[in-house]
Design a protein around this ligand. Structure first.
Ligand code: NAP
Length: 312
């Protein structure tokens, strides 16, 4: 593609969509590239309860991001589905090489987000899709009337455990400490839910089974005791959902951008170490990774792109 856009945004989670809304509104010639569905990680979230101004009832990650997408469309943002395999960020014209096309822009906003951290136990890879999942919204219904185990103790783990109780007979949260990291309001809901149990100070050592997951070994980190958990005979299987935080998607930028623990380092205007390259949302080094902070990053970056292009 010979066209040079004013601004190419890579990733259509809340950060990228918000950048799109602001960039389109500034009448910049803007392209938003996404490799899958819009929404990024919130597309995997069953319930959003803390985004200001959201619908109070029945707001899911999907409904919220679809409205953000429609808003970006309204401001004339072009959208394309492609998988970017290589980027050249240093020059005045930034080049992104996709599987289908090559894209050029005078400024880019990187909003590639992050992906779920694996549980990291033996056997995990074997059972992805046959007992192991990282998305309750996608796979919860497969475990109707069965038992499920949720690994992790943060907001995601506890919220998704609550969500899973609408399908599963019992949900056990397996957490490596004896207190949860999740916000108190979310914890309260989980403690009050009779279908949720807790396995404290515990980590999953191994997942086992023949065709499907039906046993696992859990280690108590304080006592070292190993416990074998087996599926109920009538069930024949159980589910394990991993919610242990995320890993940033930055492999493409290694050697070009300054990274810290894999996250892109920016200043408070979302500027990276390369002129004309901005980063927003969960892929950026920062403290609070929320929809609201990703959306704020997107707005700041798009306004900075506008100033940057005007100065040129
Ligand atoms: P998180 O807050 O980083 O929590 C990850 C959890 O996994 C922690 O409980 C951690 O244990 C555990 N963990 C990490 N590595 C582990 C390992 N190797 N073995 C065993 N356990 C491990 O991740 P998150 O829950 O996905 O949340 C990410 C961000 O999104 C947070 O800022 C969160 O507030 C936000 N979020 C917000 C909402 C909401 O407000 N509705 C919903 C979802 C996510 P420790 O506690 O011991 O460290």
């Amino acid at each position: 593609m010979n066209k040079v856009y004013d601004c190419v945004i890579l990733g259509a989670g809340p950060g990228g969509l918000s950048a799109g809304i602001y960039s389109g509104r500034n009448r910049l010639d803007t392209l938003l590239i996404e490799q899958g569905q819009v929404g990024g990680q919130i597309a995997l979230t069953a319930e959003i309860e803390n985004y200001p101004g959201q619908s109070l009832f029945g707001e899911t990650g999907i409904t919220l991001s679809e409205r953000m997408r429609d808003q970006a469309d309204q401001f004339g943002v072009e959208r394309v589905t492609d998988c970017i395999e290589k980027v050249e960020l240093a020059g005045d014209v930034k080049v992104l090489y996709g599987k289908n096309e090559t894209y050029q822009a005078r400024a880019v906003i990187l909003a590639t987000g992050a992906y779920p951290r694996p549980i990291g136990c033996k056997g995990e890879g074997r059972f992805v899709g046959s007992g192991v999942s990282y998305c309750a919204t996608c796979d919860g219904a497969f475990f109707t009337d069965l038992e499920v185990y949720v690994v992790g103790g943060g907001d995601s783990a506890v919220e998704e455990a609550i969500f899973l109780t609408q399908y599963a007979r019992k949900v056990t949260i397996v957490h490596r400490r004896d207190e949860l990291r999740a916000a108190k309001s979310i914890q309260e809901k989980a403690f009050a839910n009779p279908k949720i149990a807790f396995l404290w100070d515990s980590v999953v050592e191994e997942l086992k089974g023949d065709d499907v997951l039906n046993a696992m070994t859990v280690r108590n980190v304080k006592t070292g005791v190993l416990t074998e958990i087996r599926a109920d005979e009538q069930d024949g299987m159980f589910g394990v959902f991993g919610f242990l935080g995320t890993i940033p998607r930055t492999t493409l930028f290694e050697g070009q951008l300054t990274l810290e623990n894999g996250y892109i380092v920016t200043d408070e205007d979302m500027k990276t170490n390369i002129e004309g390259v901005f980063a927003v949302g969960d892929v950026r080094k920062k403290k609070l990774r929320q929809v609201v902070t990703a959306a704020a990053d997107g707005a700041v970056a798009a306004m900075e792109v506008f100033s940057f292009l005007q100065e040129r």
